[in-house]
Design a protein around this ligand. Structure first.
Ligand code: HEM
Length: 331
């Protein structure tokens, strides 16, 4: 409980500090330009560093995690997805993992009942929460492209229209705004509710969720309550992207808080568990084909080793073995 509270307090402190800084017109103008660039640079350099380190890690063996029949003799039916024999099957399995969180779908819950009896049951809620969160986030990020691109691409307008399908309220409420907050609340309370998950949850587990929640809530505030100057913000965002910065619009306090929270997330990303976004593609247990039997793999580190054969050993200790009455192969 302490870790969860500290994470919420830390995020709240960042938001309050940003809110306070927004009061000082000069500071805010300066910060609104420096912080996003510094955060973006940290994100790009940090992620590149991570990917370079991962790709340089030696992978002499094929270690895919498989849970299906490997390709073998012609009359034995292989499971191409569970035990992918080639790159095409690896791409298929990876796509299902990244887009549908297939492995999480098989999540089970273990409980000890009276007897004692160990019972395994389905647990689809984590999968549902994770899917709801990640897909909503993707849709929100795609919709945000309208702030950075002029003219706004047709697919962004289409996603916006679809997300506001129910045409409720003015401005129209987006389905993903509700779903992302609900999913984050579920994921946060899941860590608190289950004593086992709570035990292994660290400050950083809660912090990532709290930060994402604060970003979503500040965005929602801007759209539905604060009613910010969206044209001025778009000018500011376009200026950032084109490296021709313009000043923040007046009355952009809540936007400044949103921006600082997003910058915090961007700078924190490469050093947090959130790097799984890139890491999943570089995981050797997922991105390797299981062709251990069909192809010969030679360990690149193999070098000639001076070995001591059994014959040599027996020769060396021949007299002692004989004296002890131990069986000897060569008389
Ligand atoms: C991780 C990144 C981000 C997340 C998760 C996020 C999330 C959100 C959410 C949930 C909303 C509520 C309304 C909506 O869904 O459109 C919103 C609104 C908004 N966000 Fe973000 N945001 C992010 C990054 C940014 C960035 C980088 C900018 C600009 C530089 C920005 C500017 C805005 C603005 C101006 C609104 C109000 C939109 C309106 O009134 O229609 N956001 N954001």
């Amino acid at each position: 409980m302490k870790r969860a509270s500290y994470s919420i307090l830390t995020v709240a402190a960042i938001a309050v500090l940003a809110g306070a800084a927004a009061r000082g017109a000069v500071t805010v103008r300066w910060l609104a330009l420096v912080v996003p660039y510094a955060a973006f640079a940290t994100f790009v350099l940090g992620m590149s560093w991570r990917v370079i380190v991962w790709s340089l890690a030696p992978a002499p063996f094929r270690i895919p995690t498989v849970c299906g029949q490997q390709k073998a003799l012609r009359w034995i039916k292989p499971d191409r997805l569970e035990s992918p024999p080639d790159t095409l099957a690896v791409v298929g399995r990876m796509a299902l993992e990244v887009l549908l969180f297939r492995s999480l779908f098989r999540n089970t819950r273990m409980t000890l009942r009276e007897g004692p009896r160990l019972v395994f049951g389905e647990n689809k809620f984590l999968w549902l929460g994770a899917m709801a969160f990640h897909w909503s986030l993707l849709v929100i990020l795609v919709r945000h492209l309208r702030l950075f691109l002029e003219p706004v691409p047709a697919f962004v307008l289409a996603v916006e229209k679809l997300d506001g399908f129910f045409q409720v309220g003015t401005p129209v409420m987006y389905v993903t705004d509700g779903v992302v907050v609900a999913a984050l609340v579920y994921l946060f309370q899941r860590r608190l509710r289950d004593p086992l998950v709570r035990y292994i949850s660290l400050f950083t587990d809660y912090f990532a969720l709290a930060l994402l929640g604060a970003i979503a809530l500040s965005g929602i505030w801007m759209r539905y309550v604060g009613r910010v100057d969206i044209t001025g913000i778009k000018q500011f965002a376009l200026g950032l992207v084109a490296f021709r910065p313009v000043a923040l619009p007046a009355s952009g306090d809540s936007f400044f808080v949103h921006l600082i929270l997003v910058s915090t997330l961007a700078a924190y990303f490469p050093f947090s568990k959130l790097v799984h976004m890139g890491g999943v593609f570089l995981s050797p247990t997922r991105n390797l084909a299981n062709n251990n039997r069909s192809k010969r793999h030679v360990n690149p580190w193999n070098y000639p080793v001076r070995v001591h054969t059994y014959d040599e050993w027996e020769e060396e200790f021949h007299d002692k073995l004989e004296a002890a009455g131990l069986p000897i192969e060569r008389k």
